[in-house]
Design a protein. Structure first.
Length: 244
């Protein structure tokens, strides 16, 4: 069996993610001894041995829907965001604070991945709603790498997952060089999934118990206020832009 909390796993949160998994495993009474940090995420998500992992909304609706089972959706407790949702934060360097959104059309965007909801699909829809388009892009591989590319001048702006951005502001000194320009409309947060053949209910209950067993400061560190259950339709209703 495979378990992974790879979407928000970084050195500062790794020990807590391990603790969260051990509590989940104890409550479930089954599962691998440790989290998988070696297997590529797509291999994890599509494995018939998948017990629990977290994916992104865009991969779920474009490729994984129908081949995996939704377990639950995290509630991050964000102010001004519906329960079980998140959004993207559009960031630029501090020198560009307050610049009109349309100025970004002619500037280079750092994109973490072409199948990212928060790093690509959400800003595309945000620009489309404003009658704007996105110009030149450079792919970086992660939200943190996108933010660092902007801070170092290798790109001019990026759209970051709100929880990733909050963690960067807490842990990464380069985040102080960036400023928030806008936020996109909220969409369902990154879902927890299991293999299509598994019953999600006991896994959901075990994960909920594990989150509740963490101390308040530990839940805050992981950005986990609790779990909600959203339907597949809530994810499938989110617009998917044309390929980048």
């Amino acid at each position: 069996m495979i378990a992974s909390f790879g979407m928000y796993d970084r050195p500062e949160t790794a020990a807590l993610n391990d603790r969260l998994w051990q509590l989940t495993r104890e409550a479930l009474g089954d599962g691998p001894a440790t989290l998988d940090r070696e297997t590529p995420l797509w291999d994890i998500w599509q494995s018939p041995d998948l017990l629990l992992a977290q994916t992104c909304g865009m991969p779920y609706r474009t490729r994984l829907h129908g081949t995996v089972t939704l377990v639950a959706t995290p509630d991050h407790g964000f102010d001004g965001v519906p329960e079980g949702h998140y959004c993207s934060v559009i960031v630029t360097r501090r020198a560009d604070a307050g610049a009109p959104l349309e100025t970004l059309q002619t500037r280079r965007m750092a994109v973490n991945d072409a199948l990212s909801q928060s790093g690509w699909a959400a800003p595309v829809e945000h620009f489309r709603a404003a009658g704007l388009t996105i110009g030149e892009t450079v792919e970086t591989g992660s939200h943190r790498a996108s933010a660092k590319a902007v801070a170092e001048g290798r790109a001019d702006w990026a759209a970051l997952d709100l929880l990733s951005w909050e963690m960067m502001q807490r842990f990464d000194p380069f985040a102080a060089q960036l400023t928030e320009l806008a936020r996109t409309a909220p969409t369902p947060a990154l879902p927890f999934i299991t293999a299509q053949t598994r019953d999600p209910a006991p896994i959901r209950d075990a994960l909920a118990c594990a989150i509740a067993a963490l101390a308040p400061d530990q839940r805050d560190m992981l950005g986990l206020a609790g779990l909600v259950v959203l339907s597949a339709d809530a994810y499938l209703a989110v617009p998917t832009p044309a390929a980048r």
